[in-house]
Design a binder for this molecule. Structure first.
Ligand code: ZN
Length: 599
């Protein structure tokens, strides 16, 4: 299983792209200053990135996406008329720009098989074609003739049998989780960049609409750790969980977490099926039988005014039973697949009913819930993970559990409203969601000891968090060997560096700042970075701002704390090979040398 697998079929596509569709109308006059126009970047990843460096597209800002699926749920096919309409604003004068779309993936049983039929820009036919990604920052540009500029790898520079000193252009699609991580290092990246050339350049600052019409079968992507994500086939339709990159396995988009357009959905599907998407349900229209839908069809319209990050777009279709209720001004949706057994549906419903209470509990720390709706969809496919789809948390395998609901609901603030600015920051939001699980267990301890208003309850809450920290701080082996801010694709979703270590770091920060100041940081971050994204420096600056002792010694110690907890890969073993700054009342050396003093 560790054998190298050259993807020879892609080699020919290293050649510069040639237009596939002739212009259907004469080009209009180019805007003034066309000489300064150029192609938009084919990635949003920073130079040297080895985490999905193939994703995202530059030269424009994504403002709004209208998803208009025409989907036959009985055959799992997108039919003619299926399209997305993307509204973007140019941030430079553009001669061409790109989107991400994986028409066929490395998955052997559930690969997509999609065809782009036409592309228009502002209603005018545009040329389009597919090219391989190029490593970010390539001075030879996106169509570098050197095949080494288009190779997959877990690491920077490219690993594998060839000596390639260049950074990778994409992350490998490992066939399964047991594959050696470096098995595909040095292989050619697939041509997943959809490059669009409008009939005339788009002026800097101009808003433009792109309509991509495509048909065929959506599918799943094999990830850098061998798990799968994307559009999962269900007996009655589909179930969608896509982190980190597989939205492009069912629709063309600007596939990068920091690209956050608002969304509308207008999906026409087989009659009798329900569409579950983000935001709020606007309307449902039944249609009579047609050639494409002999048994009739139905159009579901959903609307999200809030922008949505690339991996949080939900669009499952099937025999879902949808209901809603409004609590505290928030509309809570519940959807379970009708093929789940009645007994299981009943026990799921009991947990789903807790979502308003969990939302109120988490609001105590994070501040007001950031969206007008929240919700849960439970699908039947047994897939790699549950996911925090924005306002519509997706649970797989027909089952929900309380601990994970606390986790995914916390993501509505962290990851969904305030999004990581690139994949390296995944630990920031997974750490916050892990903290939510710790807070849940602290809440249980508090309730058992007399509740939140009793001193015994409050002491039990605090003791539970301390014991969670101390349990993690004792970890040995390889627990501390990957820096949370610098994983490989293979370790991006590993429990130690992306979940438990940053989760424990947040408990320590709560001890260092005090609970009240800690909550002020969270609420300030929501206010400043909500509906947008955040960098590691911006995250850490907010904690610095609310450090109760503002001496230069304490600020320097907090900077060291972040370096140790977020940015350091320690040798194997634990012991002294782990962060040596903790917090007051916690295991380890603590933070302050004396009350109000740092060293
Ligand atoms: Zn999570």
């Amino acid at each position: 299983m560790a054998g190298r697998r050259p993807m020879i079929i892609f080699v020919a596509l290293v050649l510069p792209w040639f237009g596939l569709v002739p212009l259907a109308s004469p080009a209009s006059a180019a805007p003034a200053g066309t000489g300064d126009c150029s192609a938009g970047a084919h990635t949003l990843a920073p130079p040297g990135s080895h985490l999905y460096p193939d994703t995202g597209n530059g030269g424009y800002t994504s403002l709004h996406t209208l998803v208009h699926l025409v989907y036959d749920a009985t055959t799992n096919m997108f039919l003619p008329g299926n399209q997305v309409v993307l509204t973007d604003r140019a941030t430079q004068c553009l001669t061409s720009f790109s989107l991400d779309l994986e028409r066929r993936s490395a998955n052997t049983s559930a690969s997509p098989d999609m065809t782009v039929n036409s592309v228009t820009v502002n209603g005018q036919p545009a040329q389009f074609g597919f090219v391989q990604p190029t490593y970010p920052g390539d001075p030879n540009g996106a169509n570098d003739p050197n095949p080494a500029a288009h190779e997959a790898s877990q690491t920077n520079p490219v690993g594998g049998p060839g000596i390639n000193p260049l950074p990778p252009a994409c992350s490998p699609e490992l066939p399964n989780t047991k594959t050696k991580p470096d098995a595909l290092d040095g292989t050619q990246c697939p041509p997943n960049k959809l490059v669009i050339t409008p009939s005339a350049p788009i002026g800097n600052g101009a808003t433009f609409t792109v309509t991509v019409s495509y048909t065929g079968r959506p599918g799943v992507h094999n990830d850098g750790d061998g798990t799968t994500e994307g559009w999962f086939r269900a007996p009655d339709g589909s179930f969608v969980t896509t982190e980190p990159v597989a939205s492009e396995d069912w629709m063309p988009l600007n596939d990068y977490p920091a690209a956050k357009p608002a969304y509308d959905f207008s999906d026409t599907v087989t009659a009798g099926r329900t569409v579950i998407a983000n935001g709020v349900l606007v309307s449902v229209q039944q249609h009579a039988a047609s050639q494409e839908f002999p048994g009739g069809s139905v159009t579901w319209n959903w609307h999200s005014a809030a922008p949505i990050a690339s991996y949080l777009v939900e669009d499952s279709v099937g025999k879902y039973r949808l209901s809603s209720r409004t609590v505290g001004g928030i509309k809570f949706y519940r959807a379970q697949n009708g093929l789940i057994s009645p007994a299981q549906q009943q026990s799921n419903a009991a947990i789903m009913g807790m979502q308003p209470d969990i939302t109120a509990f988490e609001s105590q720390f994070n501040g007001p819930y950031p969206f007008t709706s929240d919700g849960i969809v439970i699908g039947t496919p047994s897939v790699s993970f549950d996911e925090e789809m924005q306002t519509m948390i997706a649970f797989a395998g027909g089952v929900i559990n309380t601990d994970t609901l606390y986790h995914e609901n916390m993501h509505q603030w962290w990851g969904d409203n305030v999004t990581e600015d690139d994949y390296r920051m995944t630990f920031f939001k997974e750490g916050m969601a892990t903290l939510a699980e710790f807070l849940y267990h602290a809440r249980l301890a508090e309730d058992a000891a007399g509740g939140p208003s009793s001193p015994q309850g409050q002491a039990a809450f605090q003791a539970s968090l301390v014991s969670q920290f101390n349990r993690i701080y004792r970890r040995s082996g390889s627990f501390w060997t990957t820096a949370p801010s610098n994983p490989e694709p293979f370790t991006l979703f590993s429990g130690s560096n992306t979940y438990d270590r940053p989760g424990a770091a947040y408990i320590a920060l709560r001890q260092i700042l005090g609970p009240a100041n800690f909550d002020r940081v969270l609420q300030q971050l929501q206010q400043v970075y909500g509906a947008a994204s955040i960098s590691e420096a911006q995250l850490e600056a907010a904690f610095h701002q609310w450090l109760p002792v503002q001496s230069s010694a304490c600020q320097a110690r907090l900077s060291q704390f972040f370096t140790q907890w977020f940015d350091t890969a320690y040798p194997q073993g634990g012991g002294n090979n782990k962060p040596m700054i903790t917090g007051p009342g916690l295991a380890g050396p603590g933070f302050y040398s004396a009350p109000g003093k740092c060293g």
